[in-house]
Write a new protein. Structure first.
Length: 201
């Protein structure tokens, strides 16, 4: 869940609020290092990334956690990535969000046991987190992003349940991919990749 400061939308003369990065390095250590160099800005408080499933995901998870130990990082595997050059494959694209302009809170939830009570706890937890160092009113300057294990049979039930708990908060997102192999899709949180899970931001 991200609370967006109104000035991000209203002023054209300001410091950068969103930073982008991309790497085609297939070695996990080199890829994470290259992204960290491109996103080397103390303003960044949250990083969202999308990566090819061609990577060694266990190694990449550890390297991303190490490279961005100063901020929260979430993401997922994808079926192609989009960066400033356009559509890409076998790469990682990432976005860094300024802690000055965004208050971002996220969590990973298991899909198998996600009922209405779990959804309400999830929503209340991320709203409470966004209220600390709040940038703008939650009701009018907040949106929710979900990244979901693309091969989970529980995806539709999860979305319906979460939407019920969210009420009028805007919500969008997508499914993790795996370069259209339809074999292994993962979401990333807490320094590792996971299956049968969703990321709620």
């Amino acid at each position: 869940m991200a609370a967006l400061q109104p000035s991000v939308q209203q002023s054209s003369v300001q410091k950068q609020a969103i930073f982008s990065a991309a790497t085609y390095q297939l070695d996990a250590t080199k890829a994470a290092h290259e992204l960290a160099l491109q996103l080397d800005n103390e303003e960044i408080g949250f990083v969202l990334f999308f990566c090819s499933s061609a990577y060694d995901l266990e190694a990449l998870g550890k390297e991303m956690n190490h490279a961005f130990s100063h901020c929260e990082v979430m993401g997922c595997t994808s079926a192609g990535e989009i960066n400033e050059s356009g559509y890409a494959k076998s790469s990682i694209s990432a976005l860094g969000f300024s802690r000055r302009d965004f208050k971002v809170s996220g969590m990973r939830v298991p899909l198998e046991e996600f009922d209405l009570h779990a959804a309400q706890l999830c929503v209340s937890s991320i709203i409470e987190a966004c209220q600390h160092d709040q940038k703008a009113p939650i009701s009018s300057n907040t949106f929710v992003l979900t990244l979901i294990d693309g091969l989970s049979p529980n995806e539709e039930r999860f979305l319906v349940t979460l939407d019920t708990a969210l009420g009028r908060l805007p919500h969008f997102g997508g499914l993790a991919g795996d370069d259209i192999n339809l074999a292994n899709t993962h979401v990333y949180s807490e320094g590792a990749f996971h299956t049968e899970s969703a990321i709620v931001v």
